[in-house]
Design a protein. Sequence first.
Length: 332
Amino acid sequence: MASDLAERVLAGDPRGIARLIRNVDDRVPGYREDLRALVPSTGRAHVIGVTGNPGVGKSTLVDRLIEAVRAEGKKVGVVAVDPSSPLSGGAILGDRIRMQRHATDEGVFIRSLATRGHLGGLSRSTSDAARVLDAAGYDLVLIETVGVGQDEVEVTRIAHTTLVVVAPGLGDEIQAIKAGVLEIADVFVVNKADRDGALTTVRDLEAMIMMRGEPVSGGAHAVGHRPGQLDEEALAAQVGWVPPVLSTVASKSEGVAEVLAAARRHAAFLQGTEDGTKRLRRRAEQELLSAIREQIRERAGEVLAARRDELIDRILARAIDPYDAAEELLGG
């Protein structure tokens, strides 16, 4: 039986949603029972991850995506992951400030989460927060990563569709090669396309896609451009999903509709092809492994608390090495 808090979330109560996300983030006792009650009502939202280096305009793009979806009358939930404050440990809230104009819109829910030292551009609670928003009836859930650069690949574990945002003149092409971003992008967005070098950035990304032996399905030589010559459905059937490269000037809302359309085509691909089904299974597997890792860390921490000093003393006395100490601890 669902708790009162879970019932409030299922009814779409913003205060109930905020409270449960806070409970999840703080690991308040009982949060897992509330999440468990929401499971049957999840799986309806399209979860889009937005990642990329700092300064490429992720927050502005998210803001304009909210605007576009709300114009359709659909509800949008946003999880904006911000760096942790070195003093309080909380989120610095930069992303939420940029989206402030949506604060009074009842069809939009925005929550900032602090990384709290979690790597990969997300916080430990991002996946659960997205699940809460899904259960609460939001049609689209946007997850904006913190913008740390080369290790923001964890978003693919949570999002159905990953937008990798780059900008001309910031060295993002090299960063993409280093980080393996080519493999995690479902849609490339070249933002600030009114700047010099935008066309070069587009061509570099297209070249990297071609290096994988795949044709390019959405090359962009003007803002929001989508070539009509390629049959994307036939292409996907042959080689799987090929990330389109789209250009935007998000600050002017240019090209945003095309990005949203590409994300929706990708969602349809996931639902309608064997490759898409495999992707969804890998996503579920990663969620399972993440949950296992977290529970192991929690339980190991509880056990270690009782034997911490003893094991440290033995390591310092060279009576045991750290690996044997860990094996002894886990074996017990």
